[in-house]
Design a protein. Structure first.
Length: 115
């Protein structure tokens, strides 16, 4: 019968605890891009046909990948505001995960050097 070795999990340091708190504090998370657009309607008698400053809009468009395809959805101004916040949160989480990974490696390496 083999002896089972106890796996020692290093305690997360203050940097990792801070990263975890920052991630948990984010309520909305989403990938994609929000664009603010003004459009031409295509009617020859409309004022937007003559004057580029008279285009229709703004329209808010959320572009994202779904099932390998690029999708576009129109958003209300309130939805666009929330989506922009969710996209910023997602980008911040990706940065925090890189820091978390580095801190984890640093913690494990320090534990091995202490032995």
């Amino acid at each position: 019968m083999r002896k089972q070795s106890k796996k020692v999990t290093p305690a997360p340091g203050p940097a990792i605890r801070q990263i975890r708190r920052a991630i948990v504090a984010m309520d909305l998370v989403c990938a994609g891009t929000v664009l603010k657009r003004w459009k031409l309607c295509g009617r020859p008698n409309c004022r937007c046909a003559e004057d580029p400053a008279a285009r229709h809009g703004p329209y808010y468009e959320w572009s994202h990948r779904q099932d390998g395809r690029l999708r576009h959805n129109l958003l209300s101004p309130q939805q666009a505001e929330q989506m922009v916040r969710a996209i910023k949160n997602q980008r911040q989480i990706l940065v925090l995960l890189v820091h978390w990974s580095r801190e984890t490696a640093r913690t494990i390496m320090a534990q091995n050097q202490a032995k």
